[in-house]
Design a protein around this ligand. Structure first.
Ligand code: 8YV
Length: 314
């Protein structure tokens, strides 16, 4: 039996490659010199795509692959996969929920503390000799006593909320409906949540439904001492409005792990010393990335063995 042909849209960690190579005939799109030619040659044979959250699979790509059966996504967010087109073609889609929740939540929490307490700036200040030459940094801000608003109260949003318990903050959240049994204050939309919050953390799923959800009105409501944190997707923010809000000091700062056009982010974001920038790494631990890779493989294996998928999206 020939191995099923799997198109990989981007690199996975090396520990995933050997197990994938042993079961599949991998076609590594990111290594192709001529992407069009490479795809044209592979297209008639491809039965699966192994992709990553931010790379997804476009309608165009899906349409080029007549034998495509399944798209297995390394990431919980599948907003870059054209789900409608996959559905129309009868192509299954899987993602990697649960296994990354706690690490993403840790990272969101770390971003809040790092920003408020200037931990990254402090490190740079010591290394550059600024401490010796200029003395202390300007003071940070306490977390204690603040209201933390969580925009998107799914698995990751709830895990972020749990991180803040014990830090003497008030928790608030917004989602399409109040979560049964949750005592934190519920707000029906992003603007009212921002109005009640000192720190607004976006943990909402990406995609068309949330595109530009965090807009100028949200920054206005968050206000001049407000901190905006994003571990969701660049698309959930109106980025020009964020940049304008930072320029006009409508908000106090931002801590961002995700952007539009990653990794070619808007260079204006590099110019703010009140913005903490991270290279989309909230799920980036060895433990979590190994579990994500395993789940991608388990879904592919289940599919080719005719067993139920472990974490199907469709
Ligand atoms: C990953 C992510 O960074 O899970 C997601 O949706 O964006 C991240 O965990 C990404 O998919 C890895 O390439």
């Amino acid at each position: 039996m020939p191995k099923p042909v799997v198109l990989m849209t981007g690199a996975y960690p090396e520990w995933d490659m050997a197990p994938l190579e042993s079961l599949y005939d991998l076609r590594k799109l990111w290594l192709a010199d001529d992407r069009e030619r490479f795809l044209a040659e592979a297209a008639p044979h491809v039965r699966a795509i192994a992709t990553r959250g931010e790379l997804g699979a476009s309608a165009d790509l899906i349409d080029q692959l007549p034998k495509l059966e399944i798209i297995s996504c390394y990431g919980v967010g599948y907003d870059a996969i054209d789900i409608e087109r996959a559905k129309a073609r009868g192509v299954r889609v899987t993602n990697t929920p649960e296994v990354l929740t706690e690490d993403v939540a840790d990272f969101a929490f770390a971003l809040v503390l790092a920003h408020l307490r200037k931990i990254v700036a402090g490190d740079a200040h010591v290394r550059s000799g600024g401490w010796r030459r200029l003395g202390a940094l300007p003071l940070g801000r306490s977390l204690r006593g603040k209201t933390v608003g969580i925009l998107g109260f799914g698995r990751i949003g709830r895990a972020i909320a749990r991180r803040f318990l014990g830090f003497d903050v008030t928790l608030a959240y917004s989602d399409v409906a109040p979560a049964p049994g949750v005592e934190h204050d519920y707000y029906p939309d992003a603007v009212s949540l921002a109005g009640a919050s000192d720190i607004l953390v976006a943990s909402v799923a990406g995609g068309e439904a949330t595109r530009g959800l965090v807009n100028a009105a949200v920054f206005e409501a968050l206000g001049p001492s407000g901190l905006f944190v994003n571990v969701a997707r660049g698309t959930v923010v109106d980025e020009p409005a964020l940049i304008a809000a930072l320029q006009s000091k409508t908000i106090a700062g931002a801590a961002l792990d995700v952007f539009l056009n990653e990794p070619n982010i808007d260079p204006r974001l590099l110019g703010f010393d009140n913005v903490l920038l991270q290279p989309h790494q909230s799920s980036g631990t060895v433990e979590t990335r190994k579990a994500m890779g395993q789940l991608v493989r388990d879904n592919l294996e289940a599919h080719f063995a005719g067993r139920p998928l472990l974490t199907p999206v469709i």
